[in-house]
Design a protein around this ligand. Structure first.
Ligand SMILES: [Zn+2]
Length: 101
């Protein structure tokens, strides 16, 4: 797998997951089924981490802003934090794939 080629699509995937929106592509279709089974937990953990739910609204744990609607939070993540999410993904994927062999 060429990591660079998939990280951009994973950023969008994570932003959608974190916002509670339906993902347009499955993790399997982005990274392939064998890699998906290895990285799924880590990718989901990033999505859970960056969203903070309070009083039925979404708040950004990366910068503390909010409240957002689902759509508003998705746009916030894509516009303001693509690099943050990218770094988190690269860290997790490198680690997951190196321990995977
Ligand atoms: Zn933010």
């Amino acid at each position: 797998m060429r990591l660079e080629a998939v990280v951009d699509r994973l950023v969008e995937y994570v932003a959608r997951k974190a916002s509670g929106l339906t993902t347009r592509h499955s993790l399997e279709s982005i990274v392939g089924p064998s890699i998906a089974s290895v990285v799924r937990d880590r990718v989901e953990r990033i999505a859970l981490f960056i969203a903070k739910q309070r009083n039925g609204a979404l708040w950004c744990r990366l910068c503390g802003k909010g409240p957002f609607t689902k759509r508003g939070f998705y746009l916030h993540l894509i516009r303001v934090h693509p690099l943050d999410i990218r770094y988190m993904l690269e860290d997790e994927l490198h680690e997951a794939l190196s321990t995977h062999g």
